[in-house]
Write a protein that binds this ligand. Structure first.
Ligand SMILES: Cc1ncc(COP(=O)(O)O)c(C=O)c1O
Length: 370
């Protein structure tokens, strides 16, 4: 390290500033806590069915898909995913972040991305990386989307989530699709938090509502209910070929290892029989139990993503720490990640949570409130 480490001094000052703002981030190990924080909604990450007998011929990918990283496991998984979601093709990316930032390549200078104002950071980054024009519309507001679409030029690409990651609310998908149809816009839906949770087979909200034909593409991430890692963009064969040719996060990154593709395919095979009823029973139990909490209010949500509104970053962090000390992990979501005044404890429910754990959570929240 150089003797006068100027860059480290600058970084240190910025970190100190972040600490003063109360926004300093640090890593925790939460494995021994009751899990109300992870996105493993179906408990797949802890299930034994992912221990397959398949032994691949190599453990690393050895290169990007376009060099030496392509393999039969990747192609079979992509076929299975396309079939599952009833689309022509699917392309697997190393993560949802890589898939969403790849969308940047779909638009040129005269085109327009139009995104819901609460879209995930990975899609925001994708738009930022693009040379296209950018417009935002009010959250879940089809009328505002229509207004923005009138202002848009060139190819119009609309980006939404089907189940929003912070509020746990669903997009009015049919209304959004209809507005896009009227304005000749292409709708891309991030189904990160809906896959596995919604639909008879866990196909997500687009498939559940039979809207596949009205949606240009969907992004399915494997790091949430599938309990794994990676993501797929599902759409036309042309889209897949285009992404293979132009999506920089796909082209310039070592592929997933062969076993990862086999795990993804196995997890998809288990989606139809996952115990979604148990998850939704637990969501109902949680919602009933919230009536015992007087001091705080909860976000309206029928999904595994619930939110306890705790005004102010300080109080949200104190509540999360208090629960952590008492063996419960639920993450505080601070402003500016969410608008000031809507700071919250994000509480994720899973098939493996029990009613007793929910009772304990409510007891501790009430105790904190005193
Ligand atoms: C809505 C949404 N899209 C995309 C991503 C990114 O997916 P990944 O974690 O696989 O990079 C996330 C992850 O938090 C997400 O919540």
């Amino acid at each position: 390290m150089p003797a006068d480490n100027l860059l480290d001094d600058i970084l240190h000052k910025k970190l100190e500033h972040r600490k003063q703002e109360g926004l300093f981030r640090s890593l925790v190990i939460s494995r021994d806590k009751i899990d109300f924080a992870s996105n493993d909604y179906l408990g797949f990450a802890r299930s034994s069915f992912l221990e397959t007998n398949h032994t691949p011929d190599r453990f690393g990918a050895t290169g990007s898909r376009l060099i030496s990283g392509n393999c039969i496991e990747a192609e079979e998984a992509e076929q299975a995913i396309a079939q599952f979601h009833q689309t022509e093709a699917a392309l697997i990316f190393n993560s949802g972040y890589a898939a969403n930032t790849s969308l940047a390549c779909l638009a040129s200078k005269n085109d327009t991305f139009i995104a819901d104002e609460l879209i995930h950071a990975s899609m925001i980054d994708g738009i930022r990386m693009s040379v296209a024009a950018k417009l935002k519309f009010k959250h879940n507001n089809a009328d505002d989307l229509a207004i923005k679409l009138k202002k848009a030029t060139g190819s119009k690409i609309v980006l939404i989530e089907s189940l929003y990651s912070m509020d746990g609310d669903e997009a009015p998908l049919a209304a959004m699709a209809e507005v896009c149809r009227k304005h000749h816009a292409h709708l891309i839906v991030d189904e990160a938090h809906a896959i596995g949770v919604f639909g008879k087979k866990g196909e997500g909200l687009v498939g559940h509502l039979h809207l596949q034909d009205q949606v240009y593409a969907c992004v399915y991430t494997f790091g949430k209910a599938l309990g794994l890692h990676g993501a797929a963009v599902a759409g036309s064969a042309t889209l897949k070929n285009y992404l293979i040719n132009f999506a920089r996060p796909f082209i310039y990154s070592t592929a997933l290892p062969p076993l990862a593709y086999r795990h993804i395919q196995t997890a998809y095979e288990h989606l139809p029989t996952a115990n979604r009823n148990q998850l939704f029973d637990l969501i109902q139990y949680f919602k009933d139990a919230t009536t015992s909490v007087r001091k705080f209010s909860f976000l309206k949500s029928d999904s595994p993503i619930q939110g306890l509104l705790v005004s102010g970053n300080d109080q949200a962090k104190r509540l999360s720490s208090y629960l952590f000390e008492n063996g419960i992990y639920a993450k505080a979501i601070l402003s500016p990640s969410v608008p000031a005044g809507t700071e919250r404890l994000r509480i994720c429910l899973h098939t493996f949570n029990t009613r007793e754990q929910i009772d304990l959570l409510m007891q501790h929240i009430n105790h904190f409130a005193k």
